[in-house]
Write a protein that binds this ligand. Structure first.
Ligand SMILES: Cc1cc2nc3c(=O)[nH]c(=O)nc-3n(C[C@H](O)[C@H](O)[C@H](O)COP(=O)(O)OP(=O)(O)OC[C@H]3O[C@@H](n4cnc5c(N)ncnc54)[C@H](O)[C@@H]3O)c2cc1C
Length: 185
């Protein structure tokens, strides 16, 4: 059964972001650095596993991170070729081209450290200065624009309670098959 309890959380923010993965965190960091209060709603846990190895960190990624004080060597390595393996570990294909490679997990933890100071012990640091919230296990199921503000309704997957947050801006980056494609009345 769904309850609707009172909550001590602030229910009015500048920006809501639906997506606690890379797109959401990159936008969250940018907006936070511009002085906005930002809350991220992510249906998954904070302490997440990776999406597998090998995301290419091209010039735009490098430019973005350098703005936030991170050098390429902090999150990426240069590779001279890529090898694709079969399930049995045998070489399937080899591409001789230089790539700058990082991983989902490294980018996620760096962005979280910069955004809200989320730290996995022994990993990155905390340099949070302004209001920034990452709300894990919160599944958004409705977004409604009344012409002045946008109301985002989410379910807390642990307490099974529903809450509404009002914002000037909602960024929906909820991955493939997004529910927000059909929401937003
Ligand atoms: C091996 C591998 C290599 C890759 N290489 C590259 C690469 O080189 N370049 C590249 O750009 N990409 C690459 N990718 C893809 C990469 O994982 C994605 O680009 C990246 O994760 C996209 O981030 P995203 O935030 O847009 O979406 P996602 O990672 O799909 O995140 C969407 C998030 O929204 C959350 N969500 C969805 N619905 C709701 C809801 N209703 N309420 C709350 N939360 C919700 C989901 O739980 C999820 O965490 C690679 C992937 C793999 C596996």
């Amino acid at each position: 059964m769904i309850n609707t309890p009172k909550t001590s959380r602030r229910q009015e923010v500048d920006t809501v972001i639906i997506d606690g993965s890379l797109t959401g965190l990159i936008h969250a960091l940018m907006l936070k650095s511009l002085g906005h209060s930002v809350v991220i709603f992510e249906q998954g846990h904070s302490d997440r596993g990776g999406h597998g190895a090998g995301i290419s960190a091209g010039p735009l990624v490098q430019e973005f991170f350098s703005k936030y004080g991170l050098k390429k060597g902090d999150y990426a390595i240069d590779a001279v070729e890529i090898r694709m393996l079969n399930r049995d570990g045998m070489g399937k294909r080899r591409i001789r081209k230089s790539y700058t490679l990082t991983s989902w997990s490294v980018l996620y933890h760096l962005l979280r450290a910069k955004f809200d100071g989320f730290v996995v012990p022994g990993k990155f640091g905390n340099d949070t200065e302004t209001e920034a919230r990452f709300e894990e296990r919160k599944k958004v199921f409705d977004v409604e624009d009344d012409g002045k503000r946008v109301r985002t309704t989410y379910r807390d997957l642990d307490t099974l309670t529903e809450h509404v947050v009002s914002a000037h801006l909602v960024i929906a980056a909820d991955g493939p098959n997004p529910f927000t494609a059909s929401a937003g009345k």
